[in-house]
Structure formats: structure tokens, C-alpha cells
Design a protein around this ligand. Sequence first.
Ligand code: PFF
Length: 452
Amino acid sequence: MAQGGRDGFTSTFGALLATLGSAVGLGNIWKFPSLTGSNGGAGFLAVYLAATILVGLPVMIAETMLGRAARADAVTSFDRLAPKGQWWWKGIGWMGFAAALLIMAFYSEVAGWVYAYIFKSVTGEISTVDPKVAAVVFGKLVADPTSSLIWQWVVLGVTGVIIAFGVSKGIEAVARRLMPLLFVLLLVLCVRSLSLSGAWQGLAFLFNPDFAKITPAVVLTALGLAFFKLSLGMGTMLTYGSYFRDDQNIPATAARVMLADLSVSLLAGIAIFPAVFAFGFEPAAGPSLVFMTIPAVFTSMPGGVVFMTVFFVLTAIASVGAILSLLEVPVAILSQRYRMNRKLAALTTIAIIAVMGCPAALSQGAMANVKLFGFNPFDLFDFLSSNVLLPLGGILICLFVGWVVGLAGPERRLSVDGSLANRVTIRTVFFLIRYVAPVAIAIVLLNGLKLF
Ligand code: PFF
């Protein structure tokens, strides 16, 4: 059923799956383990969990609710909901527009590595448990400008085809059916990884916190990851919320998505860290961690090549839901606010990303020495979006809902006109949105950026 004459999710379950499709992606398989590894392990995980539950979940509920109330793109929604004359709130939507482009510029590169690894699993090139060999193979891929760029363009090309042919619903339906298989494969990886000798060291790294390793920068990174993981602070959930039905139970949907997303990340962590220690990889290897350890675990088991290939294919498919949702922010703004044809809006956005993506793709090779504020372009795009724009967007969304919109509207909307018995939940969420989340994000942001 279209809502208010607009296109929308036709069922509440479909809306849940699309939201989950946005949240689950390379963030779980690649970013979560890489960041956990390079930020000291369990302490980082503890902060990340706290950030997800106390800040991420309430922001997700608030953001989705705003979209459903306004039924518009991320910029226009603020035009509709802000009091007359307070035009500046729509800056949140424009920040989201910028964040979507920045994220896509490096996300498409990581997706490109995944595509490349599908082929490398088949040829046997990555069938090794030797950290040195694995590092050489990954290093060669990312340092070579031609393959880095080509794989990124393949990802953008595939995305363009999905959009131009309007098959995204079909792809998402396929993705949805295959995701349980990815879950099973992660479980298989966990079992194998846990049975390696020395596995307990990896478990201790992941679950036994050393709070001395938690610095303000680590806390900011964990908060940034919480936003990135649940696609928050940049209008994605707002735009998806604008397609929700009026009777969708938003708090329950958000809680389910958060729990499912956390489970996938934890499974990825349990699959990776025991193997890291068992095979002698470096937990702080950063973005390359997953691309070296996952093949090692598969290599150490019978039928590994087949499982490994399937794993990378499924990871590539999982990234589609996230990529489509990232594109939805600029595409909805261009097509709904500026009445651009939807396909043209999508292709224009992809073309901009292809240009912005070049420096990100060349960061480990041809442009390795180009540094801005000490970051190469890939890391700069990641830092600016995850650690600056998303938390900042999060604060502004909290201030807008907590102090401008007020409690009455959200109370009515989140309880679906009183038909859901969730008053205590709503009041708790509102308290977090009004007082806890904005203050916590502000302190973490100022501290993490050394401004305070
Ligand atoms: N949540 C996605 C992931 O973890 O892979 C990434 C993402 C998608 C971030 C959509 C932001 C966004 F708007």
C-alpha cells in the first residue's frame, strides 16, 4: 500500500527486512572486526555495545519516526516538521547527503575487494594460513591502481544496473533468502575458528576488557561505528521511515534490527579473532584483517575453497542492501525535492561517487603519500563521515526531536495512536533522546576530536 500517495514498503515485515538490509553489510564483516582489532578488543566492544544500546537505538527510533511523520526526503522532512522560520534544521538532511557520498566513496572500494576475493578464492590465490603470504596478496590488490579502480567501478556498475533496470526489489528478495546462508556460514567459521589451538586467546581478546586501552579517540570510534552500523545520523533511516506504513511498530522494529545486527557482528568477531591468534596474524592490521584471516580459516578446513567462494559471494550480496540504502538519501532528495527522474538521479549520484571514489581507491597505492590531517583519502572519508558527520547528525536529530518536536507527537506516533502498550518504552526513549544521547555524543565528539 502506498502511504499518502507515495511509494512505500507494502508490509511491516518488508520494512523490517529493508531496514535490516541497510544495517547489515560490510560494516559487520569488515569494519567491526577491523576496528575491534585495532582498538584493543574487548574494551572497544564494551563501549560499542553501550553506544549502540543507549544512543544508537533511541536515535534510530527518533529518526525513523521523523521520516514517517513527514513522509518526505531527508531535507524536505525538516522543512515540513520544523517551526516556521527555522530553516536551518534542513542542514541535517544536507549533511546526510554529503555523508552518503563520502561513505559510498570508500564503501564501494571495500565491496570491490570482496568481488576480487570471489575470484581469488576460485583460483586458490588466497588459500593460505601464512600471514606473510596473505599480506602480500592483499597488498598487491590494493596497491595496484588499475585493479583497485576497476573493481570499484564494477561495484558501481552493478549498482547502476540494479537501479536502471529497476530490479532492486528482486535483488533484495534474493539477498533476503540468501542471508540465512551467510549466517550459517559464519557459524561454521566460528566453530572451526574456536577449534583451532590457541583459540582462547582470541576469545580473551574479544571478551576480556582492558580498560586502560580506552582513550577518548577509541570512544569516538566506537560511537562512530554504532552510527555507521545502524545507518544513523545521515537521513537513511529517516528516508526509510518515510516509506513505513502508519501502523508499523517503530520501537519494536528498531530493537529487532539492532539485535540482529549485533548478532552478525559478534559472530564475525568470534569467527575471526581466535584464528588471528592461532595463525599469528596481527589483530591491529586494520582494513586488511578480514581479508587475510577469513581465507585462512577456510583454508584450514575440508572443502574450504567452495565455502570461501560462497562466503565472498554472499558478503557481496549482503553489501547490496546497504549500498542501495546509502544511495537512497541523495536519490530521494534529488528525485522528490527537485523532481529529477529517479533513474537519472541514481545514475548522477553514482557518477559523482565514481569521481570521489578515485582518491579512495588509490589510497593504498598511487596516492599513498597524499595525506590530509594525517589521513590518506580513504581514511579521511571514513573518519569525516563516521566520526564527525554521523555523530553530529545524531546530536542534531536528538535536539530536534527532544526539544523542538516535543513529546506529544512522538507519543502518539510511536504508540500508533495508543493502540500499542508501549508508554514506558516511549518515555524512556524520549528521556534518552532529550538528555542522555545529545550530551553523551557531544562529550565524546569534542573529546575525541581533542577540542575539549
Ligand atoms: N550499515 C551499513 C553497514 O554496516 O555495512 C553501512 C551503512 C549503510 C552506513 C547505510 C550508513 C548508511 F546510511
